[in-house]
Ligand binder design. Sequence first.
Ligand SMILES: NC(=O)c1ccc[n+]([C@@H]2O[C@H](COP(=O)([O-])OP(=O)(O)OC[C@H]3O[C@@H](n4cnc5c(N)ncnc54)[C@H](OP(=O)(O)O)[C@@H]3O)[C@@H](O)[C@H]2O)c1
Length: 262
Amino acid sequence: MSKILLIGTGRVAFHLGHALKRPGHEIVGIAGRTVDHVRDLANKLGAPGLSRNDTLPQADIILIAVSDDAIADVSMNIPISDAVVIHTSGASDLDRLLPHPDRAVLWPVMSLSPGEPMDFERVPLVIDANTERAHQVVKDLADSLSGHVLQLDHAQRELVHAAAAISLNFPMHLLARAQELLGNHGIDPSVLAPSFVAMAQKASAIGASEALTGPARRGDIGTIHHHLDRLTEDAELRAAYARLSSMILRAYGHPDHGYTDV
Ligand SMILES: NC(=O)c1ccc[n+]([C@@H]2O[C@H](COP(=O)([O-])OP(=O)(O)OC[C@H]3O[C@@H](n4cnc5c(N)ncnc54)[C@H](OP(=O)(O)O)[C@@H]3O)[C@@H](O)[C@H]2O)c1
């Protein structure tokens, strides 16, 4: 098991920090820019919180879990050592970890929000590295956390990142907007929640194209017209409805009636 220095105190540091402890890795220190956040995470993980003037402890792995834009600055300020330096960003290349000689990525493909520590055994972990040694270290680390580890280069990671934004962020935003619409009309927004959960389970069980239901899939043009008539108070949502209906109509072999122009 490895000695790990954790840099960052946000969502990933919280979830990954808990996950690292399960197989027995030792978190030798937690560093971050906000004293209270370091203290809070150190308490939660039962690991030493470091202050700005502390010398960084010796570690096999330095895990940088900070915002994408801060990775390069944070990396530059870490003294070079034998440690393999790893970031957790799906959108960032390995060069952000310069000047460290052994660099790697450990990207959890999971939306990590505040809450109970995530069970990493079912979290896909994407890895990459610039040297054989870094690759072996990050692979061993990933294998100790999850049963689903895959190696992808930067271009492939960018594609997965874009696909994740499309498939996870957009439906979540559309749910929020749809619930807001119901709330504005005095209708309990939680009426949508059970079917949202059920659809996600269905998509995972039988595949998204099989799981999809609704007027556009069926080609029910009359219903689509009625919906568009109801959505006049939110032009943006109406345009999204029209564009997505058009995509679905075409994907399932129906004429799209030019809804993309609405
Ligand atoms: N959350 C996810 O779902 C998820 C999933 C996979 C990968 N990731 C990746 O994991 C990394 C961390 O994401 P996160 O969700 O944990 O972010 P987060 O919860 O917003 O936490 C960001 C952390 O970065 C620190 N930070 C921000 N700017 C900094 C700077 N200029 N210098 C030093 N520290 C700075 C913050 O410090 P303060 O506490 O002082 O603000 C905080 O500790 C990102 O690369 C992200 O792409 C996130």
